[in-house]
Design a protein around this ligand. Sequence first.
Ligand SMILES: Nc1nc2c(c(=O)[nH]1)N[C@H]1C(S)=C(S)[C@@H](COP(=O)(O)OP(=O)(O)OC[C@H]3O[C@@H](n4cnc5c(=O)[nH]c(N)nc54)[C@H](O)[C@@H]3O)O[C@H]1N2
Ligand SMILES: Nc1nc2c(c(=O)[nH]1)N[C@H]1C(S)=C(S)[C@@H](COP(=O)(O)OP(=O)(O)OC[C@H]3O[C@@H](n4cnc5c(=O)[nH]c(N)nc54)[C@H](O)[C@@H]3O)O[C@H]1N2
Ligand code: SF4
Ligand SMILES: [Mo]
Length: 733
Amino acid sequence: MSSLFTRFKRLVGIDIRSDKYTYAKDPDFGYTATSRIPEKWVKTTCGYCSVGCGMLLGVRDHKAVAVRGNPDHPVNRGKLCPKGLSEHHILAAPGRAKQPLLRKNGVLTSVSWDEALDTMVERFRDIQKRHGNDSLGVVGTGQLLTEEFYTLGKLVQLGLRTRNHDGNTTLCMASAVSGYKLSFGSDGPPGSYADMESADVILLIGANIADNHPILCHRVDRGPGTKPRRLIVVDPRVTKTAMMADLHLPVKPRSDIALINGIAHILIREGLINYDYIEQHTNGFEEFANFVSAFTPTHVALITGLTETQITETALLYGRAKSAFIGWTMGVNHSTQGAVTVAAINNLALITGNIGRTGAAPFSITGQCNAMGTREAGFTSSLPGYRKFDNPQDREALARIWNIPVDRIPTARGLAYPDIIEAAVQGKIKALWFIATNPAVSFPNYKLLEQALRSVEFLVVQDGFHPTSTSEFAHLVLPAAIWGEKEGTYTNSERRISKANPAVPPPGEARPDFDIFLDIADRLGVKAELYPNWTSPHDAYQEWQRVSAGRMCDYSNFSWQQIDDANGLQWGGESLYRDGIFPTTDGRAILHNVPCDPFKEQPDAEFSFILNTGRTVEHWHTRTKTAEVDLLNNMVPNAWLEMNPLDAANLELKPHDRVTVRSRRGAVADLELRITGIVAPGQVFMPFHFAETNSNIVTLGDFDPISREPNFKQCAVRIERTPMRDRRSPRRK
Ligand SMILES: Nc1nc2c(c(=O)[nH]1)N[C@H]1C(S)=C(S)[C@@H](COP(=O)(O)OP(=O)(O)OC[C@H]3O[C@@H](n4cnc5c(=O)[nH]c(N)nc54)[C@H](O)[C@@H]3O)O[C@H]1N2
Ligand SMILES: Nc1nc2c(c(=O)[nH]1)N[C@H]1C(S)=C(S)[C@@H](COP(=O)(O)OP(=O)(O)OC[C@H]3O[C@@H](n4cnc5c(=O)[nH]c(N)nc54)[C@H](O)[C@@H]3O)O[C@H]1N2
Ligand code: SF4
Ligand SMILES: [Mo]
């Protein structure tokens, strides 16, 4: 027995005193395998989603070999989801971009950084000289470090002097930002994850946390010893999160506003509202009460497809709770009515006084690791530090800090992302620069996007991976370092700033985005003015501390070291608005009357299904990363289409049939059919992760008039059996 154990120990090299293990050469078997014992563990923060889990990245021989949860991090307390646990695999993946590539005679050709950046600066200058400064459009991302996004904003708006600067966050959190501004006068998620643990009722609207924010599921855990509380999930699909709920409300697509107004109606009728709070801290209650009086349970049942009992039960649970929490994600934001749906959610919190208290908040669950940091550092829909373009004091304050004439700062935002694309198609924008985003898979109505990519004179794609669906169109590809290779901060959904630290060098000639921005500034001749004596992202952070000082998102008291030592620090504390004072002109929050409009492209005889698109736990967005991780990709290598059994029977389709989804804009062939009660009759669902079956060929280019966010979640399609000639052999990316 013992000799067997010794042999086993020799074979797998188990060190029983710790959790470290390795494979070693065994004298009997002659077996060799690579060692995975890290020489050191580097403390960092996950680079995927906005939950913001703390982790330790294990390094050996300058390679990332393991990941484990940071037990001391308050967000995840040592736990990680499957993407986090396998994150080290992305660093040395074969798909990494390793050298700058410039298109020469139609072919992307390796060039030096000097040639790449000199060409970029020369082409941008030439185009801007001929067509005006605003002929350049720049689209960034919620996946850069705050230091990088801040540096980029200065470069674009003050160095390149174009206002047409936005981020992929307009495909994501823009509706939440606009909704907060409508209700409270400023962006800033009022609550924290801790609220989920202390709330009596958690209402999740269009948020599938089990797949997309898995570590948050622990906050609604109702195991022994935890506070008993109710979870209500509003989602047209029976998601994994819906399966966790006490009450699942399978609303008809885009009927959420009617439901929310209907809840307000019942709360007012039953007297389950907080009169003192309304009186002291809000405006517009009388008109609001009058407005929602039309949203009777009978009326709301008709619009939402729910029963009157379900609607009333939800209202009573919410209204009777001592503290109630509402979380939402893309089921709300991805809509032409996204911003006002957020305002409607805020109405509920305000009339019941469920804001600014422990356990009580309306709360946007963010998407990307640093969508929050990029919102705060701004330069897109607002100026840094939640400042407003149209506020002269805000502009003057910034001009003083930056030591530049105030008229250098734009007085209005430029074009939002969808309008940048539209302007490129119209020939008004002649050069585009995409940084850490892959629009050829993620932007709605692919055909128009493709036209934009093809029509510009110069297209720069700066990405950690190549080829991607977008970089294949580029004139210039700039290889970037990614998470694990660079230093700075990410801010998560609950306003917690955590440190991301470098553990390994970037592959080939890839460079951190920060270094690329500074180098471009140097070649533009603006480095000394915009970034005096800057050498590292820490310089950017220190300036950002000064820029944010005294603002709602105040970083001035948190040094990098303090953040790292504390495993993350929250600006604004656990709850914003504890005093009930809001950043509006009179300090009061605003109640909005929000009508429930039907979504634009309703199903008809020709296109009879409503297509819903979204995510799965194994994959991240456009799969540049997760397709490289076998552990994840082998679990879900291809896209699928979910359809209700009744519809499948009508169309005489069987499980595993290959089907085509067709809309007025295009078709996606060869999806595997999953027949399942997860989707209701008349609705189908597909993931948007897969370039080769790109859901956005089918989706609609229709945008929220306030936030400019796309309506990704509903469009009209028909489903056909895929003919043999349209089937593909599966590709990896
Ligand atoms: N595994 C994984 N995790 C991720 C990501 C990822 O790509 N993969 N991405 C991250 C990012 S950037 C984001 S933004 C978040 C997104 O996180 P989620 O918002 O949870 O993700 P989605 O799957 O896009 O959409 C959520 C739900 O909205 C529902 N929905 C559709 N239409 C409606 C409607 O009319 N009303 C309501 N109430 N619900 C509706 C869908 O059925 C879906 O279940 O996830 C983050 N986390
Ligand atoms: N139909 C449909 N479409 C959708 C959605 C949906 O639900 N349905 N969801 C939308 C949402 S919420 C979002 S957030 C978007 C996401 O859409 P994208 O932003 O296009 O998604 P990603 O795949 O995350 O793209 C990030 C890119 O940055 C690269 N990258 C990663 N880290 C770094 C870095 O540090 N530096 C640089 N330079 N590059 C880096 C990656 O390789 C990748 O190519 O998709 C949107 N599109
Ligand atoms: S929940 Fe989000 S932050 Fe946490 S490990 Fe998973 S992907 Fe990373
Ligand atoms: Mo997102």
